[in-house]
Design a protein around this ligand. Structure first.
Ligand code: SAH
Ligand code: SF4
Ligand code: F3S
Length: 370
């Protein structure tokens, strides 16, 4: 019998890329094979991102494109040739986590052609992933996020942070080493709060009451293994403990490029974002890490045009960038996401043209300096 074929399109962050490696295993196990041309496939799986409106629109654009293709080919082909659509990832997650059922119903009404909005939890993460890369292995260590930064949809789409048991992670690392991988990337939305959900001890760090993290312990265990490089994303400032800094300093195979999003350099804006720390605390953290870890470099995420970010506040972000000397920055224009606190409380008041201007200033300053 002819094998059915699937095509997978992955939008969004590295966590989605890692999820897609498991989704592929799920469909291979069901007897499908993967192809790289959606027009020739029986099934398109769209692993979605909704972090900004533009990301969400890209998903709808692809669904509509497939619908149009299906309509066009339905005249020329008798029965087959129709591409079935499955939507998974954060859009499906958000819809399924809405207990009123309204979001899911609305999506089903808007996109009747989608066969299923499949929550990622339905795909077993015990499956051995089909890894895309041959040298770098993606290892999710926690799922979801409990931080509720006021602008962010992720906690609504992925639910609260849940850490994988340490033994399971270390077993996966051993397996990838056995299979010839030389580098691993540990992944979590708040990777350095790993274990906070199973620890009882609390502490206050940069204005946030936190459960203690076990990330430094896990990182040490991974770094001791036969690996050339161990990286991790995304870290948050309030979970960057002294123990973690010491661990990084101790093992030379831990990546010296650290991704440490700061989002904004103005304390008022940071407060409205529910980020907890001040710009001074962030800069002091960077200094402390630089003191203890020679040759360390930093990359970051920034949001510009958050409500209330006037010129002075924006200049505080510019100042922070000049002090921190980032190697790379992912600069994002604020996009209100329905259901988040910032979308409820504040008007998206900064015009698009001004967001563009600020975006260019930071991009030129950090990403175009060479
Ligand atoms: N958990 C990670 C990444 C989250 S999403 C972290 O906290 O670092 C990646 C980036 O998208 C964020 O760091 C932020 O800069 C940006 N982002 C999130 N929500 C946004 C929104 N509503 N508008 C614009 N950018 C946003
Ligand atoms: Fe979103 Fe903040 Fe969680 Fe990152 S830490 S996923 S920005 S809520
Ligand atoms: Fe997007 Fe979901 Fe990642 S919204 S940024 S794919 S966690």
């Amino acid at each position: 019998m002819k094998k059915l074929k699937f095509f997978i399109k992955t939008f969004g962050c590295i966590q989605n890329t890692a999820d897609s490696e498991r989704i592929k295993a799920f469909y291979w196990n069901k007897g499908y094979e993967e192809i790289d041309n959606w027009k020739k496939s029986d099934l398109v799986i769209i692993n979605t991102c909704i972090i900004r409106e533009s990301a969400e629109n890209r998903v709808y654009g692809l669904i509509n494109l497939i619908n149009q293709w299906n309509k066009k080919t339905s005249f020329t082909k008798a029965t087959d040739g129709q591409v079935k659509i499955i939507v998974t990832g954060c859009l499906a997650g958000l819809a399924h986590k809405d207990k009123t059922g309204k979001k899911l119903n609305q999506l089903k009404r808007d996109f009747p052609e989608v066969s299923e909005f499949l929550p990622i939890e339905k795909i077993s993460f015990k499956l051995d992933p089909i890894r895309d890369k041959k040298d770098l292995a993606l290892i999710p260590i926690s799922f979801g996020c409990s931080n509720f930064c006021s602008y962010c949809i992720v906690p609504f789409a992925r639910g609260p942070e849940l850490s994988k048991p340490m033994e399971e992670i270390l077993k996966e690392v051993d397996e990838v080493i056995k299979n010839g991988f030389k580098e691993v990337l540990l992944i979590g939305q708040n990777v350095n709060s790993y274990g906070a959900d199973f620890n009882d001890e609390t502490e206050v760090s940069m204005g946030k009451k936190r459960f203690k993290s076990s990330f430094h312990k896990l990182l040490e265990e991974v770094a001791k293994k036969d690996l050339q490089k161990v990286s991790f994303v995304s870290s948050n400032p309030w979970d960057f403990s002294d123990e973690l800094i010491e661990t990084i300093a101790k093992y030379s195979n831990i990546d010296r490029l650290l991704h440490l999003p700061f989002q904004a350099g103005d304390d008022e804006v940071l407060k409205k974002m529910n980020r907890g720390y001040t710009s001074k605390e962030y800069i002091n953290l960077i200094k402390k890490i630089r003191d203890k870890v020679p040759n360390v470099r930093f990359s970051t995420d920034i949001i510009i045009g958050f409500p209330g970010e006037d010129e002075k506040a924006f200049q505080n972000t510019v100042k922070l960038c000049k002090k921190a000397k980032f190697e790379i920055a992912y600069v994002n224009k604020y996009s209100p996401r329905k259901g988040t606190v910032s979308a409820k409380l504040y008007k998206d008041e900064i015009p698009q043209s001004e967001k563009k201007r600020r975006w260019r200033i930071l991009d030129d300053l950090i990403n175009k300096k060479n």
